[in-house]
Design a protein around this ligand. Structure first.
Ligand code: NDP
Length: 332
């Protein structure tokens, strides 16, 4: 049995692992079989993560986080969780390979998945003109013509932000009215660099190596058209990955896992949630990392409140092979 199992290996999961390992909780991280490192492994340059003045490639950042967690004794398993039993003092985590792990506490940090348009070239051109994150990638579109797809607050925020870089930003929405709040609509309407294309659905994204345009269809009269541009920002919402827990944890109306105030505590004692799976708004690597810290600290406090003999029965750091570097004393 483990003291702590962390599910997820994005910035929230790995940061929770770093803190938990340094607190001698010997955490086991279930990092996914195909997506270890989370959404950042699908991006290119990350220029807004503090500490990297020259920027860092998303996959490299996640490898560094993984190494940092392992350095202090976190054990990482590249498999998927297929079943979770969270009620009771001992939690059960079943993996794709059939292994069942037990733990006294669980940090749930499975992130969220940006909604996709579902177009054939969307994945291929991801990072090459197709993006889901204006704050991450807007900088690469200085003086370009680009489009933002969507009609919610995210789309308005992204479009407004992108006018700092791009010469022209089309907002393409499948309806004739926006879902976004009035204030955010007004800001976008009054921006001379933004042009709205109403009742238009994107049917294709073109470009051999980089995006060079999109195909549109009018959702009212069916007219087809093409728009030349260099970038497409898809802002049609994101879905927190909660399918493993939706029948056990309280879920908010927006689909995120409900936590108690600013803590990471869920409705089940000993179960903590962190990162994009609890955050409908900010969804940044650095905010997810902060959230992972909160979850590790909450888990640590919880474990400290349990009977000593119960915790002593779980895997201790001394029973794990901790790399030499972890033994180096760190300043308090
Ligand atoms: P929303 O779900 O609010 O909006 C998604 C938008 O994308 C809708 O306009 C929807 O169209 C459109 N859409 C969905 N699927 C497709 C598709 N397949 N093709 C084309 N268009 C599609 O998501 P957001 O990410 O905008 O916002 C999520 C939450 O975060 C909201 O509660 C929002 O208020 C909040 N938020 C707040 C911010 C702030 O206050 N600063 C900033 C960003 C988000 P349709 O309208 O037709 O359904």
């Amino acid at each position: 049995m483990r003291q702590l199992i962390i599910i997820g290996s994005g910035p929230a999961g790995y940061t929770a692992a770093i803190y938990a390992a340094r607190a001698n909780l010997a955490p086991l991280v279930i990092a996914s079989s195909v997506e270890a490192g989370g959404e950042l492994t699908k991006t290119t340059e990350v220029e807004n993560y503090p500490g990297f003045a020259e920027g860092i490639q998303g996959p490299d950042l996640m490898i560094e986080m993984q190494k940092q967690a392992e350095r202090f004794g976190a054990e990482i398993v590249l498999d998927d969780v297929t079943d979770l039993q969270l009620e009771g003092q001992i939690k059960k985590v079943t993996l794709g390979n059939g292994d069942v792990h037990e733990a006294l506490a669980v940090v749930f940090a499975t992130g969220s998945a940006y909604r996709k348009l579902g177009l054939p070239d969307e994945e291929r051109l991801s990072g090459y003109g197709v993006s889901w994150c204006a704050t991450c990638d807007g900088f690469f579109f200085r003086k370009k013509t680009i489009a933002v797809i969507g009609g919610g607050d995210s789309a308005m925020e992204e479009a407004t932000f992108l006018t700092k870089f791009a010469d022209k930003v089309y907002v393409i929405h499948r309806k004739g009215e926006l879902r976004a709040s009035k204030a955010m609509q007004e800001r976008a309407f009054s921006d001379p660099k933004i042009e709205f294309l109403w009742n238009k659905a994107v049917t294709g994204i073109s470009g051999s190596e980089l995006v060079d345009g999109i195909d549109l269809v009018d959702t009212v009269d069916g007219t087809e058209s093409h728009l030349d541009l260099s970038g497409v920002f898809i802002a049609i919402g994101a879905d927190p990955r909660t399918h493993l827990v939706h029948d056990q944890l309280d879920i908010n109306a927006d689909g995120t896992v409900a936590v108690d105030g600013r803590s990471s505590r869920t409705n089940i004692t000993g179960v903590f949630a962190a990162g994009d799976v609890i955050d409908p708004t900010y969804r940044q690597a650095v905010t997810a990392a902060g959230s992972g810290t909160v979850a590790a600290l909450d888990a640590e406090h919880y474990l400290a409140s349990l009977p000593r003999e119960l915790v002593a029965g779980a895997v201790q750091p001394t029973e794990l092979e901790v790399p030499e570097a972890a033994a180096v004393p760190t300043p308090a």
